[in-house]
Design a protein around this ligand. Structure first.
Ligand SMILES: [Zn+2]
Length: 81
């Protein structure tokens, strides 16, 4: 079971990634991630997954329909809150 602090942290990760938070909130979220093993590894895994998806969409061998499907998935994932 996640602590309330971790829960709040993970819920704000998307906004954090997009820089859509007040600087002071970004700083306290970053401080939590730096000090919390769980949130740190969660964010690292999610960053790696997003990076792989982004890389896949840039791959010239990626079929256009797959590229579009992935773009839609990424857009949906980052809009879900
Ligand atoms: Zn945490």
């Amino acid at each position: 079971m996640l602590s309330a602090e971790c829960q709040a942290c993970l819920e704000q990760l998307d906004a954090f990634r997009r820089g859509e938070m007040a600087a002071s909130d970004m700083a306290s979220l970053q401080a939590h991630i730096d000090s919390c093993r769980h949130c740190f590894s969660y964010k690292r895994n999610e960053d790696a997954m997003l990076q792989r998806l982004l890389d896949a969409t840039r791959n010239a061998h990626c079929p256009e329909d797959l590229r579009q499907a992935i773009s839609v998935m990424i857009a949906k994932a980052s809009n879900d809150n």
